[in-house]
Design a binder for this molecule. Structure first.
Ligand SMILES: C[S@@+](CC[C@H](N)C(=O)[O-])C[C@H]1O[C@@H](n2cnc3c(N)ncnc32)[C@H](O)[C@@H]1O
Length: 250
């Protein structure tokens, strides 16, 4: 039985059998109900990032933004399932403190059963730490939070609400700050395939790649470095074909 529904959020069953939520404030679901909440986290963010990074001894991740915590929890799940020994550090801003405080009442998929205590500690203290994981939730504005880091992150999960409803986390100026905090060979994953978003990244010197996986819509991977074995988007060609397209700006 879940007590998660309140005046701003309602719980919704997504197509992979995991629950997500709908935000009345933003008029959007926290995940694609069609791709499925757990499936989307794993396939669009965790698998493509870890395919490249999982042999590193230490992996530091920026999770934009915590929301229901699926990207963070799916990362822990993947680490445990694959018996990885890497140390994982996750930093995640979230504006909505009441959402975070209500996560004990959220019905997570069984894949996250092992992490109930971690969720409780994160809600209570904002920080969790053990042999393998350091996790920090920052309650506040992501735009302010990201300014404190430089050349730190191996992975950025870019999972804000859509550019239409939350443009401030998709602008050229925002990605300029992301460029400062991501390592040169770091990877950014996002569900957005919009040209305006790819342009905002490209104008900050990111290479843009298409991520395809079976049974899920295409998504975007970006890196300041050239990545082998991925499908590069020819941005100059896109710009030539769409002369009126422009990146989002603050
Ligand atoms: C699509 S949801 C994130 C879903 C999350 N990754 C998950 O797996 O559950 C977007 C989140 O961004 C948060 N948010 C919106 N604007 C923000 C800001 N300026 N700073 C921090 N968090 C913000 C919203 O409250 C919402 O929880």
């Amino acid at each position: 039985m879940n007590n998660f529904n309140d005046e701003l959020h309602t719980i919704t069953l997504s197509d992979d059998g995991s629950y997500t939520a709908y935000s009345k404030e933003y008029g959007e679901h926290y995940h694609s109900t069609k791709d499925g909440a757990l499936h989307e986290s794993l396939v669009k963010h965790v698998y493509p990032s870890f395919a490249i990074k999982q042999n590193q001894e230490e992996i530091t991740i920026l999770d934009i933004c915590f929301g229901l915590g699926f990207n963070t929890l799916a990362t822990l799940y993947y680490h445990k399932k694959n018996n990885l020994t890497s140390k994982i550090n996750i930093y995640s801003p979230e504006l909505d403190s009441s959402l975070v405080n209500s996560l004990n009442d959220f019905t997570y998929p069984k894949e996250f059963d092992a992490f109930k205590e971690i969720i409780e500690i994160l809600i209570e203290k904002g920080v969790y730490s053990d042999e393998y994981f350091y996790i920090e939730i920052f309650i506040g504005d992501a735009r302010e939070y990201i300014k404190r880091f430089e050349n730190k992150f191996d992975i950025v999960y870019q999972d804000a609400f859509s550019p239409a409803s939350n443009p401030i986390l998709w602008t050229q100026e925002y990605f300029k700050d992301i460029k400062k905090l991501i390592k040169n060979d770091g990877i950014l994953t996002t569900y957005s395939i919009a040209l305006a978003i790819r342009l905002a990244l490209y104008e900050n010197d990111f290479n843009i790649y298409i991520h395809s996986a079976e049974g899920i819509r295409k998504s975007t991977l970006a890196s300041l470095a050239s990545l082998e074995g991925l499908e590069l988007v020819n941005m100059e060609h896109k710009i030539a074909c769409n002369p009126d397209a422009s990146s989002l700006r603050d």
